[in-house]
Write a protein of this length. Structure first.
Length: 258
């Protein structure tokens, strides 16, 4: 009996270890902080897309690891296959990446200026009147991306911030008058201004249309990417249908997907 128990115990231990190995599959995502889409690494509330991914992939036995770096580095890491996925990407950010059919969110980008500004965005031609602050490597839609490309060396028209504090840098530049306006997602700007108690310093002065779908995009070089894409895509559809996505948005103070 002792021998039997030892053998049985060994088999059980091996089975448990084998099961643990199966469950140990890990998907790694990267982005810069773009809260509430994705927030600080290790935060109690890491962001809408991070929570959504963790819940959906957990149902498939996959652990999600989320890392924060600057945007250009995150894009390169995913493109090269060092990392599985990019959080908060539009299709123009990385057109070679693997995207699902269902976007978890919509990005509405608006222009923000000092409260005493008289400038208002009324189309691309109106940008000739100001110095615009944007974030290096971000896509703001085809027309604005083309404007940024044409003016990237003209500091009287455009200044590009980089790094993990790019949004804070652009806001500070507006406050100091070093740029006249900055362009940002409305979810992101609303939360940032509320958290930093300077909501009265900046005002919205027009928005770029149409809105842009945003996704978790997967590496174009990793064989696992299509499987991960399908798991996440199906999960987003289920969460939207059963109300769990809407409930997640509301936890971050967003009462619609726009």
């Amino acid at each position: 009996m002792k021998g039997f128990r030892w053998v049985a115990g060994s088999l059980l231990t091996a089975a448990l270890l084998g099961s643990a190995c199966v469950r140990a599959e890990t998907l790694v995502m990267e982005a810069d902080v773009w809260c509430p889409v994705n927030c600080a690494e290790g935060a109690e509330r890491p962001g809408i897309f991070v929570e959504l991914a963790r819940e959906i992939f957990a149902e498939a036995g996959i652990d999600v690891q989320y890392r924060v770096t600057n945007w250009a580095r995150a894009v390169q890491d995913v493109r090269s296959g060092r990392v599985n996925a990019l959080v908060g990407a539009g299709r123009r950010d990385a057109p070679d990446f693997i995207f699902g059919d269902t976007a978890p969110g919509i990005s509405r980008n608006c222009f923000y200026a000092r409260a005493d500004s008289t400038w208002r965005y009324s189309g691309l031609a109106s940008l000739a009147q100001i110095r615009l602050g944007v974030i290096n490597g971000y896509s703001y839609g085809e027309a604005l991306d083309d404007y940024i490309r044409r003016n990237q060396r003209n500091l009287d028209r455009l200044q590009q911030a980089a790094g993990e504090q790019a949004l804070a840098l652009n806001i500070r530049k507006v406050e100091l008058g070093r740029v006249d306006a900055t362009l940002e997602n409305t979810w992101v700007m609303s939360l940032y201004l509320d958290q930093h108690k300077n909501a009265d310093n900046l005002i919205e002065v027009g928005c770029r249309m149409p809105d842009v779908p945003i996704y978790i995009a997967f590496s174009p070089v990793l064989p696992s990417s299509t499987r991960y894409r399908d798991i996440f895509d199906h999960g987003v559809r289920r969460y939207r249908q059963d109300g769990r996505l809407d409930a997640l948005l509301k936890r971050y103070g967003i009462h619609s997907e726009r």
